[in-house]
Write a new protein. Sequence first.
Lengths: 115, 572
Amino acid sequence: MNLDQSKAQMRKGLLEFCILSVLAGGEAYPSGILERLKRSGLLVVEGTLYPLLTRLKNDGWLSYRWEESNAGPPRKYYRLTEEGHTALTELTAAWHTLVESINQTLASQQTTPTL
Amino acid sequence: MNKTFTINLGGIVFHIEEDAFDVLSQYLNAIKGHYTHAQGRDEILADIEARLAELLSTKVGKNRQALVLADIQEVIGLMGKPEDIFGGEPASDPAPTDQAEKIRRRVYRDPDDKVIGGVCSGIANYFDFDPLWIRLAFAVSFFAFGSGFLFYILLLIVIPEAKTASEKLEMRGERVDIHSIGKTVNEEMGRVKERVNSLAEEAKNSARRARPAARNLSEKVLNALYDVSYYTLRVGAKFFAAIFVVVGLALMVALMGSLFGFGGLIHISNNGISSSYSLKDVFLIFFNDEDKMALVGIGLFLLIGIPLLMLVYKGLRILFRIPVRNRAVSITASLLFLLGVAICLWMAIDLGAEFKTTGRQVQAEEIKTPKGGVLYIEAKNNGPIPDEEDDEDLQALDEKTLLQLGKWNLLRRDGKAIAYGNAQFDVLPSKTDSFELVIFRIASGATKKEATARANSIQYRFAQLDSVVQLDNYYETAYDQKWRNQKVKIRLRVPVGKAVFLSPSLKNILFDVENVSNTLDGDMMGRRWVMQSDGLHCMDCKGINTRSESSDWDDDEEESSKKSDQKKEKVL
């Protein structure tokens, strides 16, 4: 496993969480979500998004509605469901715990503690 | 200049160049290959297609209408490779992923290794043979009445040439063997199973939700049934396609053989004698014009051959998954078939005209009344059909080759074709007080004159020796007169008070003789019959069980000619 792959794996694990947090700000269609994720450098290829959205929708965390577009095919606008909101809250809590513990792990491994 | 296709991507129509199209469809297929139905494949695919359409619609405008390879490569780069897309998802099953990367092999003609059209090398490639063997096999089959040649032409039409790079890739794709065929069948059966399972799941769920879902469920049942039968048919189709090809080819060889006079049409006569005739021999019985015969040959070839060719064509297409490139083949085939129908109809009408009128010649001969008052009638077997249970005769006949059309027989004697027919013998009361033998010679023709002349040319003999009248079993007609419904009817008029003895040798010609006891012909032979004012009475029938119901044999001329027509069709 090389470095690039490790980084990609790390990002992929967090992608679901990111999608949920993007959608917490209101409904959006895939291209919009993509814009936000790309800006933050979390997404490398667009295709990754679609299976994730479908899975989240099938799990009941997301719902969508169709909207006509004057440029191109009709768009799916996704938004969080009640379940999705609950899940996001839990995931956010989990994220903070995770960041804290990772930081602690990193700190304890440094040869000269910076205190 | 490049060829373009028109595609519908996410509901938007695009014009796309051929090479770009190949790359795009391979890309979408690869994505499809990663997922099974149950995991929402169709939905994901639709989403991806919609996004691709959105991206691509920015590429085309007023100045540029067609998508090129670079556009496709750019959006695929943006979208990511299938491995990247699904990398984060739990893999559905490693096997399909593996398979999607391999391109399934298809049969193509190989333009880089060809002698005539690259057919042999293409087939060899498909089955991993050395092309040399296929070429040899074809070279040999060219001698099977030219059917190998026809088959080659057919393959040349059916199998497309590998032109683009992707087609050449497909040509050398994953090997097709028993293993991979088995895999395909398993996959398709798997899909059926999946559909049934998901339906069972649905049923369980809807049962819980009760009524409102019922309609929904029935729709799903229908859909599932459709899917199940579709996949089953697809598996079955390959099987039937293989049968089509094999049967079609075999029939084609038989047709070519019989049309071009090499092979034989096996005909088994009533006597159980099998003889081999080519269709040409059969035509010769009806047509005396070489041009018409050639026309009939062409007509029949189109009428029977074109459907056979199409059978093989469709079979090959299903078997080797060859897509339809243009409809020219089917249209040409349909037109040729219609032409065949037209020619055959024309020839049938033309031939029908030869049967328009009937001519007859009547020959009445007075027979001296024998001293005892009993006239003995017997038949002389002058014809080609031997008496039964005479193996030696059967053997001899076999060599002469015999063809039967109803009561009409064709044989070769001393290299010359001769036609024979059974005479029909009847016994009727005489109006005078002496015996009289009347011979009717009957034939059809286009005009009355022609028909009468043809009837006159029929040869039929009889002889009287004291009290014995010997009738010929068969009449003979010159072969070049062709078959024109020739018949010979003999009527013996018996004066009241006189008797006849019907010899068993009459069995082939005795034809529905009226008598007061309604005795069947078979029971009338070997007995004496006396003519009285009300008809024939049996003189030696005491204690013999005779049938009382009237026989259903029909003396009507129309009827008997119909019968022989039916037999004629059977032979053809």
